[in-house]
Write a protein that binds this ligand. Structure first.
Ligand code: IPM
Ligand code: MG
Length: 368
């Protein structure tokens, strides 16, 4: 039986609570026969700052590099609002993405049938929704230089962020998205703003070349990112795979996530290139630290459990176990259990721990 090293980085706010439920699922799998996990936990974000004075230590980055996969909860919160910018909680997460070269961020937006009425869109638009957003994660506005605030002679300040993309950075993310589309509905949209941005012009050019030279088998489209935001609300089911840059992907994935009922439902995988048979990988929910509900047992652990589920699929080649996690989540929702964020009339509200326990109980049933 294969044995894997899993690094858990719970982070801040609701991170530790939802990660507790992932640990439960890992324990459950360790009692099964498909594969086993050595689990180690470490600090990231504000919790790392409190102990070490920075968002992540070199040692933790090294542990992440050595691990077969990393599962991260969430980072940030009002407590760290006034610490130096370079040490803010988000710096820990951004450093992991950059240092491990996790350029491909997969954010599936799936609407579980049981939750179609929890969406702010009408049921007919979201029932059966299944979009895969492929967000470029190590370039663009997040990492471009210069990135600074300088003083002007007249006493004003001047702030700059720089959006940079090279041909190869665009090529590799477009190819990941095309491969995704091949395994799914064979349709792909590439979103940028070539009408305003030079990075958009290059993005469009590179995507177009790959579409025409390598993607005869796919239905390929270009779309302006602002129009894409509108089309996602107007008719989300027209999309299958949506590939876009780092900043647009940040925004469009929050939008897509909310259509599925709650930000508390959406998992993500951040993957690097495969080198010598090994692929760096970090799995995290799309949601944040929700400091307003932290520590109250109100958080929804589904996105983080589903993120671990994605690791079973993409890092551990345990597709069957991944399917089981997804089915267990779906069945528990069908049975009427809801955390506060997705609570509806006639359903039964449960705590973070109760939701985790229900998912494990369902996995027991599915495995029997
Ligand atoms: C996300 C988050 C992060 C981002 C933050 C926490 C740095 O919003 O993963 O979408 O902006 O990428
Ligand atoms: Mg975001």
């Amino acid at each position: 039986m294969a044995n894997y090293d899993l690094l858990l980085l719970p982070g801040d706010g609701i991170g530790p609570e939802v990660m507790g439920e992932v640990e439960g699922v890992v324990d459950w799998l360790n009692g099964q026969t498909q594969g086993s996990f050595n689990v180690e936990s470490d600090l990231v974000g504000g919790s790392a700052y409190d102990v070490h004075g920075l968002g992540i230590t070199d040692e933790t980055v090294e542990k992440a590099r050595q691990a077969d996969a990393v599962v991260l909860g969430a980072v940030g919160g009002p407590k760290w609002e006034s610490i130096p910018y370079e040490h803010r909680p988000e710096s820990g997460l951004l450093r992991l993405r950059k240092d491990l070269d996790l350029f491909a961020n997969l954010r599936p937006a799936i609407c579980y049938p049981a939750l179609a009425d929890a969406s702010s869109l009408k049921r007919e638009h979201v029932d059966g929704l299944d979009i895969m957003i492929v967000r470029e994660l190590t370039g663009g506005t997040y990492f471009g230089e210069p990135k600074e605030i300088t003083d002007l002679p007249d006493g004003q300040k001047r702030a700059v962020d720089t959006t940079v993309y090279t041909t190869s950075e665009i090529e590799r993310i477009i190819r990941v998205a095309c491969d995704m589309a091949r395994k799914r509905g064979k349709k792909i949209h590439s979103a940028e703003k070539h009408n305003v941005m030079k990075t958009g012009v290059l993005w469009h050019e590179v995507a177009d070349r790959i579409f025409s030279e390598e993607c005869d088998d796919l239905d390929c489209h270009h779309i302006l990112a602002d129009n894409c935001a509108m089309q996602l609300i107007r008719n989300p089911k027209q999309f299958d795979v949506l590939v876009t840059d780092n900043l647009f992907g940040d925004m469009l994935s929050d939008e897509a996530a909310m259509m599925t009922g709650s930000l508390g439902m959406l998992p993500s995988a951040s993957l690097g290139a495969e080198i010598d048979g090994k692929r760096m990988a970090l799995y995290e929910p799309v949601h944040g630290t929700a400091p307003d509900i932290a520590g109250q047992g109100l958080a929804n652990p589904i996105a983080t459990i589903a993120s671990f589920g994605m690791s079973l699929r993409y890092s551990f080649n345990m597709g069957e176990a991944a399917d089981m996690v997804d089915r267990a989540i779906s069945n528990v929702l069908e049975s009427g259990l809801r955390t506060a964020d997705i609570m509806q009339d006639g359903m039964q509200q449960v705590s973070t721990v109760e939701m985790g326990a229900a998912i494990k109980a369902e996995m027991n049933k599915l495995a029997a």
